[in-house]
Design a binder for this molecule. Structure first.
Ligand SMILES: [Zn+2]
Length: 292
């Protein structure tokens, strides 16, 4: 399966890692390193040795946009997806999994600040009816329809797209002990908060964040086999009635939102953020000749 995926990638256009003199070597590697699977560093500054490719299709899940070559992860990520597929498919939910990490992890030039150690996964809200019937072709996985649960501008749920299945999906993720935290658009958490029955411990793992209107970002805990993986500190719960959560629906939030939009319009091609300081072992991972 790895070979099949790599052939598909190598025949596609690999993203150029050079932007205005800025060079990101992590975006140039197309294969994982050799060596035992091991994470070095943290979610925002780290790498993964001996990363695993997923089984790209299984019961209740399919990985998408394979040409991006960003499906590599620690095997605990792929096991998580297999576990969630088994649990959620009988409940009428099919998972479309987008970015995990690059073949050796490391920093992205543009796409993500985290996703560097194979433990962050983006899972689409889209429930493509075809994916319940059959495996989508590699080409179909590149051209899936855009599907949003929240409207950024209105800062609200898109009611015609909302389904209680999303509560089941997020609750099932949150109740899995491998999950550290998840990020969703604040309107999604707000909708879940509206039902008192949902106000349980699991909801603490669902955190509001910018974007995340068409996918949920799931972050897993450092696995036991990687003592050099730097865990995130325990996060502070942003509860439904807290000032911190209500801020996302305040006039102050609107001011920040408009300022961000204005900045993005004025800077359509921003300079890449400098690469983070990486653990020393990551140089070895980067330079490795690669797995066969
Ligand atoms: Zn993400």
């Amino acid at each position: 399966m790895i070979k099949k995926i790599l052939t598909f990638i190598l025949s596609s256009c690999v993203a150029v890692a050079v932007a205005g003199g800025f060079y990101n070597p992590w975006e140039d590697v197309v294969r994982p390193s050799s060596g035992q699977q091991q994470i070095y560093g943290g979610y925002n500054a780290g790498c993964v040795q001996g990363a695993a490719a997923p089984q790209d299709t299984g019961f209740g899940f399919q990985y998408i946009e394979l040409s991006r070559n960003k499906f590599w992860g620690h095997s605990s990520s792929h096991q998580f997806i297999e576990r969630m597929g088994r649990t959620l498919r009988p409940q009428g939910i099919s998972l479309l999994v987008a970015d995990v990490s690059m073949p050796r992890g490391g920093p992205f030039t543009w796409d993500h600040a985290s996703h560097q150690v194979g433990l962050d996964l983006d899972i689409e809200f889209l429930q493509d009816p075809r994916s319940f019937q059959r495996d989508l072709t590699a080409e179909e996985r590149e051209r899936l329809p855009k599907f949003y649960l929240a409207n950024q501008e209105a800062n609200a749920i898109i009611d015609r797209n909302w389904d209680e299945k999303y509560v089941t999906m997020l609750r099932t993720f949150a109740e899995d002990p491998a999950v550290h935290v998840m990020f969703v658009h604040p309107a999604i958490k707000k909708r879940i908060c509206e039902n008192p029955a949902n106000r349980k411990n699991w909801l603490a793992k669902v955190q509001p964040w910018w974007g995340h209107d068409e996918h949920v970002h799931v972050r897993l805990n450092c696995p036991a086999d990687s003592p050099s993986c730097v865990p995130k500190p325990a996060f502070t719960e942003i509860g439904c009635d807290t000032e911190e959560f209500l801020w996302w629906f305040s006039d102050d939030w609107r001011r920040v939102y408009e300022a961000r939009k204005k900045w993005q319009r004025a800077n359509p091609n921003p300079e890449p953020v400098p690469l983070p300081a990486m653990p020393s072992q990551c140089q070895g991972v980067l330079k490795d000749a690669g797995s066969s």
